[in-house]
Design a protein around this ligand. Sequence first.
Ligand SMILES: C[S@@+](CC[C@H](N)C(=O)[O-])C[C@H]1O[C@@H](n2cnc3c(N)ncnc32)[C@H](O)[C@@H]1O
Length: 250
Amino acid sequence: MIDQTRLWDEQAAAEYDTPGEGMFAPEVLGPTVEVLAELAAGGRALELAVGTGRVAIELTEAGVDVTGIELSGAMIARLRQKIGPEDLPVIEGDMTTASAGEGFSLAYLVFNTISNLLSQEQQVECFRNAARHLAPGGCFVIELWVPQLRALAPGHGGTVEVSEPGYLLVDTIDTLAQHLVSHHVRFDPAVDGARGARIGRTPHRYIWPSELDLMAQLAGFTLESRWADWDRSEFTAESRSHVSVYRLAP
Ligand SMILES: C[S@@+](CC[C@H](N)C(=O)[O-])C[C@H]1O[C@@H](n2cnc3c(N)ncnc32)[C@H](O)[C@@H]1O
């Protein structure tokens, strides 16, 4: 089994934040925080796999009381350079088992991170752990990509997801195990002159929306909403990603 703490090490933590750009751009974070603040409905929020606090810090600044769970000490150390434990407590541990208390009105797991759990059992346990933290009627929000198996040509084991100057993203896909490895190739002359590149690999277990709904059901949740994005746009057969809101019975 691949050790996630080795993937999310000091180097990954140091390179994670891109203030104002990419996943840190205001047009990404603004709608995310708006939806989450509304779903917290005045109660406390729990971010599973809080990372360096990309979302949690902004949600805290929007007036929501947020707690995090995070496996990687390096990611937590980076978060701590930005906010103290009195304003954003973080439990170091595995999101399938770690406890940060109970009575939360909202739990959320964004940026495809449920796919970092590499077995179906772990993914179901993650739902169950979210449920243990929530008050009756509480909700669990998941942001996750839709597997793009239609892009896999017959006889090919992978797809090129991004091809732009200086960067390639190649996904290799094992359809039997439902595993996907993203290969991030960054051209970098500092590595080996003109031929040089740095390659980072991240393993995932991909999940169909219908399978995700069944995992939720096993943990006592019902699907309340599914949008294509945080702007609540309609989820269609062409959507490449979704934001799904699951709710416990009151
Ligand atoms: C893509 S980052 C997302 C961080 C943050 N949620 C965000 O949106 O920026 C994935 C994070 O998941 C964490 N992670 C991976 N497996 C985990 C697990 N089993 N329990 C808790 N955190 C985990 C990693 O350490 C990393 O910080």
